[in-house]
Design a protein around this ligand. Sequence first.
Ligand code: ATP
Length: 440
Amino acid sequence: MSESQNLMEKIVSLCKRRGFVFQGSEIYGGLAGTWDYGPLGVALKKNIKDIWWNMFVESRDDMYGLDAAILMNPKVWEASGHVSGFSDPLVECKKCHHRFRADQLEDVTKCPDCGGGFGEVRQFNMMFKTEIGATEGAISYLRPETAGGIFVNFKNVVDSFHPKLPFGIGQIGKAFRNEIAPRDFVFRSREFEQMEVEYFVRPEAWEEAFEAWRKGVHAYNEAVGISSDAVHELEVADGDRAHYSKRTIDFEFDFPFGRKELYGLAYRTNFDLSAHQAGSAQDLSYKAEGEEPVVPHVIEPSFGVDRTILAVLTSAYTEDELGGETRTYLKFHPRVAPIKAAVSPLVKNKPHLVEKAREIYNDLKKQVPQIVWDDNGNIGKRYRRQDEIGTPWCITIDFDTLGETPELKDTVTVRDRDTGEQTRMPIAELSSFITSKISL
Ligand code: ATP
């Protein structure tokens, strides 16, 4: 087994063992291309989405949030070109009937599973179709990207908020694609989440906005702890871009299974608004006082939540030696760590010590919700368990906290995950210590 395959297996197994990510519908044998986030995964995901929302929506005056419906009028996807063109090339083996994405095969002449020959390449539309209501033949689609919901609400946001150009609309939500070959854990699944911005600009201002969002992508990666030396910009060549895109950068990441797309950044001209203007027969132009109406152009940074999670896990996975023992731990940035601190009494059988520890825990949990009470096993085992799930700090309440050494009264030990070092800290400083490390 190669080292990278090995790393991927270690990450997948840690995720299952410790309750980050489970196979979808596992007790029924699973459902290909679906994953369920467990208690720690959901906390990690929440942090990843909160940081994005904070950086790109809440902290800015030029951004508006949105949460559009997943089911949309099918005309949306006709106008956007998805009904006719959102497809991947599919080939089927004539012998074993396994199906593959033609553009992902190393050798297009023979089936990698049985060596058989392939039939014709055909285009396979990746949108999930579904029936709406009780009327036969009334179909709709599960959205294949969140962007559609943003474009159809452009006019609503303009009419209710009267924003000045440039401004953007951001949305986080589920997207669905009937991928021919879901693979590589949460990297390519059939149901996933996206965080997308459509940033509307005057045509002549696109380059400046593109550059600002390019920097924004890197700033976000840094904020969530994705190793910057594993992220690479790929300038998509003229012939490989969608016809309406004047510039696209794929942000690729060195995943254990190779360098693959993490996020995309595209200048989409005014293709989308123009298409929806034609499709809906509504005026989607923007009118500033004393100026000619203009259909704004768009810069679109598109982030996958699940790919972010995988890049964060890959960046954080560490094996080292501490105190003469090998250990595995997730070196999460404290901002994304699902648990910021574990609080424990030094021993379990001294009621006054446990009572004090509980009091400290309850107070701290009001300030920092992502902390846990942990009094399982001995302290060494606790540390190892918390290290493995990436908890940055373990807080221990001991007899000095109670005043056994008078000058240490009302202090606790704080053990650092990365160095294993312990420092004493006044109880009163715990909350500000943690919040200062996680604020943006
Ligand atoms: P790929 O070429 O890998 O299929 P794409 O170019 O089709 O990706 P986009 O349409 O640009 O992807 O989607 C924007 C983002 O959504 C991607 O950068 C990725 O982070 C995420 N994404 C797309 N498809 C999937 C999927 N099947 N599973 C998980 N995330 C996905």
